[in-house]
Design a protein around this ligand. Structure first.
Ligand SMILES: C[S@@+](CC[C@H](N)C(=O)[O-])C[C@H]1O[C@@H](n2cnc3c(N)ncnc32)[C@H](O)[C@@H]1O
Length: 242
């Protein structure tokens, strides 16, 4: 499965709700501090850094499909973390880890059973998976705005629900501990910031199909079609044990 590139610098400079999502994942990860942890879809390395701040003796392996994200992570983390560009649905060239964490990444991957099967292979028996990602119902309002602007619903992403996620985890060899949906709407009143946010976080795959000088007008039309300046996030929170 092809991964795509991200504008890592713009992404990292935004007021991201991902920071709080990452802290929740770390809360639930509840390490002792001696584990080796895979950050699946690590992006710019923010959560790996936060993990090492909480548990300085832990070790982290960061995997992401975007070379730009891994390069930004390398700048942030230096040599403290093993980082590699790889697709999470393909066998990972790493020694099995004690736990897997992931923030805001799994909804970008269509086949969750293949993803969870691959992650199960990369973790020791008894190891935990703790993840936050977009869940069923997420971005329904943004989707309405996109239909108005483009004439078609949001492409390329399907936000999974609880039952299908529990099924996919079980089939992939995980024991489900908790799968829940949690609405977490984000209001961004500043129009410029909202457009930048939509471009860097939500609508990258649309921008990739447009010439650069059409990016801002497109984002502006989508923002104008939104009923409220709200990115209607619904988080799917996952805890499972191998
Ligand atoms: C919204 S970003 C989240 C990054 C980081 N975890 C954070 O919270 O800021 C989603 C990340 O998932 C990565 N990603 C998406 N699909 C992937 C795949 N199949 N394999 C590896 N990484 C993937 C993207 O490259 C991107 O860095």
């Amino acid at each position: 499965m092809a991964t795509r590139e991200w504008d890592a610098q713009t992404y990292d400079a935004l007021p991201l709700p991902h920071v709080a999502w990452g802290q929740r994942v770390l809360d639930h990860l509840a390490l002792t501090g001696h584990e080796r942890v895979l950050d699946a879809g690590c992006g710019t390395g923010r959560d790996a850094a936060a993990l090492l701040e909480r548990w300085p003796t832990a070790r982290v392996v960061g995997v992401d499909g975007s070379a730009a994200m891994i390069s930004a992570a390398r700048e942030r983390l230096g040599g403290h973390v093993q980082l590699l560009v790889a697709d999470l649905t393909e066998p990972l060239p790493i020694e099995p880890v004690d736990a897997v964490m992931s923030v805001a990444a799994f909804h970008w991957i269509a086949d969750h059973e293949a993803l969870f099967t691959n992650l199960a292979r990369s973790v020791v028996p008894g190891g935990r998976l703790v993840s936050d990602c977009g869940g069923q119902g997420q971005l329904a309002f943004l989707d309405e705005a996109l239909v108005e602007v483009t004439g078609r619903p949001k492409q390329g992403i399907r936000f999974a629900g609880v039952a299908e996620t529990e099924r996919a985890l079980t089939r992939a060899g995980w024991r489900v501990e908790r799968v829940e949906l949690r609405p977490d709407p984000l209001r961004i009143e500043d129009p410029d910031l909202l457009e930048t946010y939509l471009g860097a976080v939500c609508l990258g795959q649309y921008l990739a199909e447009l010439p650069a000088d059409e990016h801002r007008p497109f984002l502006s039309r989508v923002r104008g079609a939104m009923h409220e300046p709200v990115v209607d996030y619904v988080r799917l929170e996952i805890e499972a044990r191998r």
